[in-house]
Design a protein around this ligand. Structure first.
Ligand SMILES: C[S@@+](CC[C@H](N)C(=O)[O-])C[C@H]1O[C@@H](n2cnc3c(N)ncnc32)[C@H](O)[C@@H]1O
Length: 274
């Protein structure tokens, strides 16, 4: 049966007198065919425990809850959560946590399915990747998704692209136009599958941070200028001069993730011996 998700959503908002708050990224999905796609990519199984960040009024939560063992839904907005609680009264397999997903330790989950609030895209992605799970079906602002998968030498290549290159496998699944949301945001969205790979170490993270503060400079200058991000004790020039000079001559935005890893491994060894 074809569901008119737009009418259903408008009716719920009207019934509860809810005004959506753009600052909380409250753009609710109203395109049922896109919702079905998300659910199908999630490949839901009876024994799945699904984490959902920002369930809103339950557009994804309710159909997910009817197919899996458990849903953990974390919603920051108390008023929205009250509506969701009411809508979920016939479901005893949803743990609704009211709070900021960035500040809460996640209970066990094996998959995450979320239409994310875009403001927290970066910190929530890194937080998620601290956990072990099978995969996530996640909606991001299109520009952010492009930065996630950007290649060296391109405009979008960033600290995020380098870290995620090692931490996750990212596949673009679909593009979602702004008209699929109520109210329509100013940007289009991208649906991705994110599959965790390896965890990265602290030195690598700090090296990326130092380098990408000066994306267009040569690696040598970037490292010296932001060496405080890596170590406060060692003398920057003394340390940096011990790194492979071929790498130091390259501009930061042209370094491949493997080259950045090499720099960070060399730095780690040198600092340990110092
Ligand atoms: C883009 S809407 C998605 C709503 C619904 N899942 C959908 O697909 O229509 C994002 C939701 O995240 C909530 N939110 C915003 N910041 C949050 C945070 N830090 N932690 C948890 N929820 C948050 C918003 O209140 C909003 O309900």
């Amino acid at each position: 049966m074809k569901v008119n998700l737009a009418t259903e959503t408008k009716n719920i908002l009207k019934k509860y007198g809810l005004h959506l708050n753009k600052r909380l990224g409250q753009h609710y999905l109203i395109d049922d065919s896109k919702r079905q796609k998300i659910l199908s990519y999630a490949d839901l199984k009876d024994d799945d425990v699904i984490l959902e960040i920002g369930p809103g009024i339950g557009t994804l939560t309710i159909p997910i809850a009817s197919r899996v063992e458990k849903v953990i839904a974390i919603e920051k907005d108390k008023k929205v959560a009250t509506i969701l609680k009411e809508r979920l009264k016939d479901y005893n397999n949803v743990e609704l946590i009211i709070g900021d997903a960035l500040k809460i330790d996640f209970p066990y989950f094996n998959k995450i399915v979320s239409n994310l609030p875009y403001k927290i895209s970066s910190p929530i992605t890194f937080k998620l990747l601290e956990y072990d799970f099978k995969f996530g079906i996640l909606m991001y602002q299109r520009e952010f998704a492009e930065r996630m998968i950007a290649k060296p030498g391109t405009r979008d290549y960033s600290r995020l692209s380098v870290a995620l290159y090692f931490m996750a496998n990212i596949e673009i699944l679909d593009y979602i136009p702004r008209s699929a949301f109520l109210p329509p945001p100013k940007v289009d969205s991208t649906l991705i599958r994110l599959t965790p790979r390896e965890k990265i170490n602290g030195t690598f993270e700090r090296t990326c941070r130092a380098l990408f503060q000066h994306k267009k400079k040569k690696a040598r200058n970037a490292l010296i200028e932001s060496f405080h991000e890596i170590s406060k004790e060692a003398d920057p020039r003394e340390i940096v001069d011990l790194i492979d000079p071929g790498l130091l001559e390259k501009r930061v935005f042209t370094l491949t993730p493997e080259e950045i890893l090499k720099i960070s491994n060399e730095l780690k060894k040198i600092i340990q011996c110092h």
